[in-house]
Design a protein around this ligand. Structure first.
Ligand code: GLA
Length: 405
């Protein structure tokens, strides 16, 4: 799936696709996650942030009950509001999902035209699907005056992915997309859904994503399986410790005593979870005190856990981390997002960008796959665009690579 679009100024495009009507346009960002991977669905901690790559969702009214869905590079799809159905793998399943969840929650919608485009690389683990769902729910909220809070939008977007894309995802991507703030990461606690902003002053470092160029097909099955495996660990602990409500409440000792022998796989998964939460706490302090070398070490440790204990990495991602470790100017790196492909996140010294070229050459030599490098900036969360912003939007296919082209 790919929402990258043409060089056409956005306004021109919109007046064509919306038949001259003035659309509401929402800009929804992709996200990175500094640390705290595979923790959200177990009530853990994470440190994501919105980035300066977006999906633009524009909507207009219709006076019938039809939904007409258009995207820059996909065939359009039109159907009645009463006919919405899950079609995982199709680009429009996310839009249908959001509309269906809204209807299910009792909101009244009419027919609408919706147009989607943007520059978040798809399949790279930057949450283009969460951006599409969050952008759609925010656009429909504005169009039909639903008065949703951002938290409600996040929950609706998540449910759309659960029911219409078949991925039992947590809430990290939706929160980063909807609550992101320029220059800050969110330290999110998924037990309470509370968060605080952590200033991201990386001083002499750049945040660089290296896109492995692979997305192994087992990603969503394994994702759902990890959820079950960690659930098994929790049940074992709960049998002996009635006060434990979530995996977050479990100690390493309890896991060792109650799970290790009975279910070694579940033990490894849960051990990673407990350790990763601790790393998020340490990382937030490290960032606050500008201890960027410590931050880098935490990234490497997180990757080690994701590979050996949680087992959601793959050969290509491990190679990228191994190559990064050989470069002195890379302070830390790890795989990012659900795993089995997508990007690694790297903290790299600004003045030694030349290492990117070496990483690209070596990765391609070893795998035959070209390596894309994206430098990212931390951006604002999703919002309805005003006229000035709309005039400025001009996106193109150069993608994030422009910084290292
Ligand atoms: C995907 C999911 C998120 C989160 C990450 C792993 O991006 O959508 O909810 O679980 O994987 O941290």
């Amino acid at each position: 799936m790919h929402f990258n679009a043409m060089m056409t100024p956005y306004r021109e495009l919109l007046s064509r696709t919306h038949g001259g009507l003035e659309p509401i346009v929402v800009r929804a960002p992709g996200r990175i996650n500094l640390i705290g991977e595979h923790t959200d669905y177990n009530g853990g901690l994470a440190l994501p942030a919105a980035i300066n790559r977006y999906i633009y969702v524009s909507v207009t009214w219709r006076d019938d009950e039809q939904v007409n869905m258009m995207a820059a590079e996909f065939p359009s799809k039109e159907l009645a509001l009463s006919e919405l159905y899950p079609c995982p793998g199709e680009w429009h399943t996310y839009i249908q999902g959001v509309a269906a969840v809204l209807l299910g929650w009792g909101y009244v919608l009419g027919g609408f035209n919706i147009h989607v485009c943007g520059d978040i690389p798809v399949g790279a683990g930057l949450s283009s699907s969460a951006a599409l769902c969050c952008g759609t729910v925010m656009a429909l909220d504005a169009l039909f005056d639903l008065q949703l809070t951002r938290q409600e939008m996040a929950l609706i977007a998540q449910q759309a992915e659960h029911t219409f894309a078949g991925v039992a995802c947590g809430l990290m991507d939706q929160y980063a997309c909807l609550f992101g703030k320029r220059g800050y990461a969110l330290k999110l606690d998924f037990r309470t859904l509370q968060f605080e902003y952590v200033r991201l002053n990386l001083e002499f470092l750049d945040l660089v994503l290296l896109d492995s160029g692979v997305k192994h097909s087992l990603a969503s099955t394994e994702y759902n399986l990890r959820k079950m495996e960690t659930g098994r660990a929790l049940s074992r602990v709960q049998e002996k410790h009635a006060t434990v409500e979530r995996l977050r409440d479990c100690s390493l000792e309890q896991l060792y005593d109650e799970v290790l022998v009975a279910d070694p796989v579940a033990y490894k998964r849960a051990k990673f979870f407990v350790e990763e939460n601790k790393r998020v706490e340490t990382a937030a302090v490290a960032l606050d005190r500008r201890k960027l070398t410590l931050m880098g070490d935490l990234l490497y440790e997180s990757h080690q856990g994701l590979t050996a204990l949680y087992q959601v990495s793959c050969a290509e991602l491990d190679l990228l981390i191994q190559l990064a470790k050989e470069e002195k100017s890379v302070v830390g790196a790890r795989m990012m997002g659900g795993g089995f492909g997508g990007c690694t996140i790297n903290l790299i010294e600004k003045k030694y960008k030349s290492c990117i070229g070496r990483l690209q050459a070596e990765y391609e030599r070893r795998t035959g796959i070209p390596l894309k490098a994206y430098r990212v900036m931390i951006a604002e969360g999703a919002r309805v665009c005003n006229n000035r912003e709309l005039r400025q939007i001009k996106y193109n296919e150069k993608s994030l690579e422009e910084n290292y082209a």
